[in-house]
Design a protein around this ligand. Structure first.
Ligand code: GAL
Length: 694
């Protein structure tokens, strides 16, 4: 038997499988399931995610009979289990016994039992029962050879990321008291002297509810932090139980990509393996671009360690207004994209398509037509193919560029009704900057400003609304050491209590960026403006949504000026040399093309290539173990293309050594194994007919 290092997934292949809900089927089906799973190359399934009510039918009495039988059956077939602690949704009896565990919405309306996640994250009753179940699960299955990984709860915050019930309100007050101590410290942090908000006792403090006018933004921000923490505490409580009983088994909870409500840096820090559920919309031909950003985050959450795509749809989902299926080949390519970006496997929701319930029209690996279904054929084909990629497991993704993602800034810059403009959306901006980097051929990591690992040449900060001294110091050290830094508008405006930095923006980044912001100049809806060509070599840039009146410091070079509207003639983009590198500030929100123009220049300063006339549908991502590079060439477009690859590269998917051009059909892919190159070098893959070097 393979000996696995402690707290790593106990699997010696790329993970392949899906959520499995055997309790929705008669036991006679199980043998067939196991047989077909093997046929499809499945080596791991996630269960029993929502089965608490079947395991604990009456309080404190656990019936593991059916679960024992299915886990044993799977194991007899060599299939491992990503074992859910089953705490994702409480049984009806618990809710009826303790109606207080139900969450309340922002208007104080209690959300009724009848869906899932019917619990308030702060409920001590829910927690007590959930931990008791976790303990029972750990005692029962901790030694089972099929156990590969603990799957705690499910998609924390998917349905109930925030709760306004009295229990949550009390928990919020405790959280605040721990953070601030004396009530006067809270008054100071929240700036309660504005609009007569002063408190004399924590008992008077409430979560931000529907109110008569704009809510105190500091109160709002702390509620976001608290709500993320409340679920984190629940997660940690389950982890503690599992670590005590099964200290060597890895734990995870499945994330939901870039999910605003939970600060995934905090969640990832306490778990062993990052797992993600990704549902790119098949109706969107560009869905692979934000997917690449999400995957960049997933691999970066634990410093580049491989992660795992735990859920994706084989074809259509059931929760969009219109649920478009994936065309043949799309699911395969989406899976390969996740693997290219560091996932050590590809898993699905779900194994067998449901016959009832809200997800009966959601696709599954085994569709309603069973082994005749298209999804079964496609998932079985992929299962076979993934065996060819075994060598990729455990390798790391190469990236020279990273984007900063900061949840405080995301939350703070979304404060309702108190911003210069409600249009500057953190996620949209982050996606736009990343999209430009993607178009220019770059694989992009996602990092925290305070934790910039070695090896990046360019750090892109689309928005850092809330900035601290520590972040500024880390970014300055990066620039001084030779890096290029580029920062987007409305950054470093306030401190972590939402107070404007002394002297205005960009507060702690002022020296580094060589600029002061005098006034925000947001653009009315639909209005665009222009910025003169930068460095005399690019076309005019287009501004949208946001511009700023800035004053460059004497040390800064004005790279481009506004040339329309009130700001015409004033500086728009500045560059400040510092140490061996430089910091750039872009004071406007730019159109996608303009972002590319700016980034092209910055990439050049960073000594990094940018593809000239990009065939935007072809993505190239490299994983490496230091000896071999695995170059994933992914044609996200529907039309065929041809690439010229390094001589002698072996395409692992076909086992053919490339010589000359390699034809890629629409949605086609190649995974090329070549000797590892220097970390600074880029793969020489030429995409014809447009002749792009990346
Ligand atoms: C996820 C969830 C699964 C299933 C899936 C459907 O959000 O974790 O249980 O509901 O969506 O797409």
């Amino acid at each position: 038997m393979t000996a696995f290092p402690p707290r790593t997934i106990r699997l010696d292949a790329l993970a392949y499988g899906g959520d499995y809900n055997p309790d929705q089927w008669p036991e006679e089906t199980w043998e067939e399931d196991a047989r077909l799973m093997l046929e499809a190359g499945v080596n791991i399934v996630s269960l029993p995610v929502f089965s608490w009510p079947l395991i604990e039918k009456t309080p404190g009495h656990y019936d593991f009979g059916w679960l024992d039988r299915i886990i044993d059956l799977l194991w007899r077939h060599g299939i491992k289990v990503d074992l859910a602690t089953a705490t994702a949704t409480p049984p009806a009896w618990l809710v009826r016994q303790h109606p207080d565990i139900l969450p309340h919405n922002v208007d104080g309306v209690r959300l009724e039992f009848g869906s899932r996640q019917a619990y308030c994250p702060s409920s001590p009753v829910f927690r007590e029962h959930a931990l008791r179940l976790t303990e029972a699960m750990a005692n029962r299955y901790g030694e089972h050879p099929a156990l590969a990984l603990w799957h705690i709860s499910n998609e924390y915050g998917d349905h109930v990321p925030r709760c306004w019930c009295p229990t949550s309100a009390a928990h919020f007050r405790d959280w605040l008291a721990k953070r601030y101590g004396d009530i006067e410290a809270l008054n100071e942090a929240w700036g309660t002297s504005c609009w007569g908000q002063n408190y004399t006792d924590y008992d008077h403090v409430e979560p931000p509810r529907t109110s008569m006018g704009p809510i105190n933004p500091s109160q709002q921000l702390d509620f976001e932090r608290f709500s993320s923490d409340a679920l984190l505490q629940l997660f940690q409580a389950e982890i503690d139980v599992l670590r005590r009983i099964t200290p060597d088994i890895a734990v995870t909870t499945n994330f939901m990509s870039l999910f605003k409500e939970l600060n995934y840096w905090d969640f990832a820090a306490v778990e062993d393996l990052v797992t993600d559920d990704a549902y790119p919309d098949p109706a969107d031909p560009q869905a692979h671009v934000p997917a690449a950003l999400n995957y960049g985050l997933m691999r970066s959450l634990k410093g580049g360690q491989p992660w795992l795509l735990l859920e994706q749809a084989p074809s259509a989902v059931s929760w969009r207004d219109v649920n478009v299926p994936k065309v043949p080949g799309r699911m395969r390519l989406d899976s390969l994209q996740a693997i290219a970006h560091g996932s050590d496997g590809a898993m699905f929701f779900q194994w067998r398509q449901a016959k009832f319930g809200p997800e009966k029209y959601h696709s599954a690996m085994l569709g309603h037509r069973g082994e005749k279904s298209r999804s079964f054929h496609e998932t079985a084909a992929l299962g076979a193919e993934l065996k060819r990629l075994a060598a990729v497991r455990g390798t790391r993704v190469r990236a020279r560029v990273a984007v900063v993602a900061d949840w405080d800034s995301w939350w703070g810059s979304a404060a309702p009704d108190s911003l210069p403009s409600q249009r500057l959306d953190w996620l949209e901006q982050t996606r736009a900057w990343h999209g430009a980097l993607f178009a220019l051929g770059h694989t992009v990591d996602v990092v925290q400003a305070t934790d910039l690992r070695e090896g990046y040449d360019l750090i892109v900060v689309p928005n850092l609304y809330i900035a601290t001294e520590a972040q500024a110091q880390s970014l300055a050290a990066f620039v001084e050491g030779g890096g290029q830094l580029i920062v987007g508008p409305f950054s470093a405006v306030v401190d972590p209590t939402e107070k404007v930095h002394a002297g205005g923006a960009p507060g702690p980044l002022r020296d580094l960026l060589g600029v002061e912001v005098d006034e925000w100049w947001p653009l009315p809806d639909g209005q665009e403006g222009t910025i003169t060509s930068i460095a005399g070599r690019t076309p005019t840039l287009t501004t949208r949504i946001w511009t700023e009146w800035i004053e460059p410091a004497p040390s800064a070079e004005v790279v481009a000026r506004y040339d329309s509207g009130v700001l015409a003639g004033r500086a728009a983009i500045v560059r400040n040399a510092r140490g061996r590198g430089a910091a750039w500030y872009v004071s406007a929100a730019l159109s996608d093309d303009s972002l590319e123009d700016v980034l092209r220049l910055v990439l050049e300063s960073a000594g990094l290539p940018a593809r000239e006339t990009a065939d935007r549908d072809v993505e190239i991502v490299t994983r490496t173990d230091g000896e071999t590079d695995f170059i994933f060439v992914l044609n996200h477009g529907q039309t065929a293309t041809s690439v010229t690859v390094p001589a002698g590269a072996l395409d692992l998917l076909t086992d053919v050594t490339a010589s000359g051009p390699l034809d890629l059909p629409g949605l086609g892919a190649a995974v090329l194994a070549t000797p590892a190159r220097h970390p600074k070098d880029f793969p020489t893959v030429t995409i014809s007919p447009k002749n792009i070097e990346v």
